[in-house]
Design a protein around this ligand. Structure first.
Ligand SMILES: *Cc1c(COP(=O)(O)O)cnc(C)c1O
Length: 237
């Protein structure tokens, strides 16, 4: 455990430095970029250690796992978000526990987040997940159908669209992945310019361990980093 914590501290500092560097290189400041740690398979003790180092945002993928760790997170000092594929029938289990749901990709899911939020008298911030590589195996709304989706959900009560999220196809070079990041950034800018009522484009969430630096250069203002911070995931846990 001691050894793991030393690694997390070193990794945290390294990621912070690279985020700062990419922010400056893209004409922004460190504080313009949100560093969210993807915490799937990571135990609460390690997550809270990262929070003690200054980490402010954590993101979980699976409802069951999140609920099992929920009472242990240090949520006085960090914001919990949901970043994984979400089934409509599980929305009610998480809607009052997370500050942002990054993975809304259908009218049906947005409607359920709205309905469950209304029931509890809360407002839920969401991002719309875009399937930027048109991959059949992936969740996310196809970019061609994005504007239509936004138009349909913009007036749903008790939800606010705050931006976009994507997980691009796996690429063997940074140049290839940058094409997807650039495409995503263009979509983000186009939608901002449309000034759709009740839709704000504040957050562009893209970039993971292998490519968060490139994502920031392409315009991301939130990166989601898991294994570079906590080490390789052990799915047996
Ligand atoms: C796991 C995960 C990440 C982080 O992946 P790493 O490659 O380990 O950094 C980011 N986003 C989502 C949605 C994830 O599920």
């Amino acid at each position: 455990m001691e050894r793991l914590f030393t690694d997390i501290e070193y990794n945290y500092k390294t990621i912070e430095e690279r985020i700062s560097e990419a922010a400056l290189k893209s004409g922004r400041k460190r504080e313009d970029i949100t560093f969210l740690a993807a915490t799937k398979t990571v135990d609460a003790e390690a997550i809270n250690y990262a929070i003690s180092l200054g980490l402010k945002y954590i993101g979980e993928n699976r409802v069951q796992e999140m609920l099992s760790k929920y009472d242990k997170y240090d949520l006085k000092n960090a914001s919990l978000q949901f970043i994984g594929h979400l089934q409509s029938n599980k929305v009610r289990q998480i809607v009052d526990k997370v500050d942002l749901i990054q993975s809304v990709d259908s009218v049906k899911l947005a409607k359920e987040v709205s309905r469950q939020s209304e029931k509890r008298g809360i407002n839920s911030d969401i991002l719309v997940e875009v399937n930027i590589g048109h991959e059949e195996s992936k969740s996310g709304i196809d970019s061609d159908a994005l504007v239509e989706l936004l138009d349909e959900i913009k007036d749903f009560p008790n939800i606010s669209v705050k931006g976009l999220m994507c997980i691009p196809p796996i690429c063997d070079t940074p140049q290839k992945i940058c094409k997807f990041f650039d495409k995503m950034n263009n979509i983000f800018i186009d939608i901002s310019a449309k000034n759709i009522d009740n839709i704000s484009m504040d957050i562009l969430s893209m970039g993971m361990s292998a490519d968060y630096y490139e994502a920031i250069l392409s315009g991301a203002n939130m990166v989601r980093v898991g294994s570079s911070l906590f080490g390789a995931r052990d799915y047996q846990v």
